[in-house]
Ligand binder design. Structure first.
Ligand SMILES: C[S@@+](CC[C@H](N)C(=O)[O-])C[C@H]1O[C@@H](n2cnc3c(N)ncnc32)[C@H](O)[C@@H]1O
Length: 312
């Protein structure tokens, strides 16, 4: 297998925005091939700690198999990032200075035909990032056409998905281990001709998000991240589609607001200070040069926020 795993996206920008505390504690919740992980760990001294998590055992094994920065304490574990608190507790870590989430899938996952993530590769329609999820072909067999339509509409923003959902469901019921090629064929039959690549990408994205409960993961993570960030600690999130980006943007905005009173109240009653201070005015996008080198970076959006000293 090739030595290439994944090109870290917006690396310079992440290294600029992440706090520069050489003895700090940092969490990378989406280790992948460890590109960001190694670069952040490389900034730390022997008193620093770098934690890397990935729900995919292959990503964890890959990192453990490759040379790592020597100085900081390294913790590398298979875990969903929504369960970061359990890992921190296990290692006696109460607070961190920097957190990075680089959402979605790695190039290694996309390019492995047997993982079934890509409409460009032929393989069983699996799409699981970890073994706790059920494969996409089983999901298709277990849901109704209406439920499948909802998945396509909500997670893929597919317009009028009913007919496509019906064709996919029919193909899924015909074949107990539907493949990516079967899915492409079902879509072609539904639209009566060649399927535009943009539509195929949306359909694959929708199924992948559903299989891995990706929005649920992000929501659970955001619901418990605040208390572990030290004052001045920063949260950076790179998203690759608008559903995740919207969730991150709304979460950050909500906590960057000074007042938390309902808008219909004529006067502030809460007297609260913001819990976060914005550090990226708008989403940071890759420069043209990065997109030329790595086309997969083109949809990336990085947002960051910093924990203020206000108490929870
Ligand atoms: C875009 S890649 C990260 C690439 C990495 N930053 C690098 O430089 O190589 C996303 C990674 O996040 C992992 N992942 C996605 N959702 C996750 C979750 N909820 N918990 C833990 N890992 C997750 C995927 O398995 C994948 O390896």
């Amino acid at each position: 297998m090739s030595e290439f795993y994944h090109a870290p996206v917006l690396l310079e920008e992440v290294l600029t925005l992440i706090p520069h505390k050489r003895d700090g504690v940092y969490l990378d919740g989406t280790l992948g091939g460890g590109g960001h992980f190694r670069a952040i760990a490389g900034m730390l001294d022997e008193n620093g700690t770098m934690i890397g998590l990935d729900r995919d055992s292959e990503a964890v094994a890959w990192t453990l198999d490759h040379p790592q920065p020597l100085l900081p304490r390294l913790i590398i574990e298979q875990s969903r990032f929504s369960e970061f608190d359990l890992v921190l507790k296990k290692h006696g870590i109460a607070a961190v200075d920097g957190i990075l989430l680089d959402l979605g899938v790695s190039s290694r996952q996309i390019d492995a035909p047997e993982r079934g993530f890509s409409y460009m590769q032929s393989g069983v329609l699996d799409m699981r990032m970890d073994r706790q999820a059920i494969p996409a072909h089983e999901l298709i067999r277990s849901v109704t056409i209406d439920e499948l339509s909802t998945i396509l509409r909500e997670f893929g923003e597919v317009d009028r998905p009913g007919r496509i959902a019906a064709f996919i469901k029919k193909a899924g019921m015909r074949n107990s281990a539907m493949t990516t090629a079967d899915l492409r064929e079902a879509c072609a039959a539904a639209v009566d001709g060649p399927v535009p690549v943009a539509l195929l990408a949306k359909i694959f994205q929708a199924l992948r998000i559903a299989v891995n409960d990706e929005l649920g993961e992000l929501k659970r993570f955001l619901s418990k991240v605040l208390p572990i960030l030290r004052t001045g600690g920063r949260l950076l999130v790179i998203s690759y589609h608008s559903l995740e980006d919207r969730m991150v943007k709304e979460y950050m905005r909500e906590h960057e607001r000074i007042c938390t009173c309902p808008p219909e109240l004529p006067q502030c009653r809460c007297g609260r200070s913001p819990l976060f201070k914005r550090i990226t005015k708008r989403a940071v996008r890759p420069m043209a040069a990065e997109i030329t080198l790595n086309r997969r970076s083109r949809s990336a959006r990085l947002r960051g926020t910093e924990r203020t000293g206000a108490s929870l």
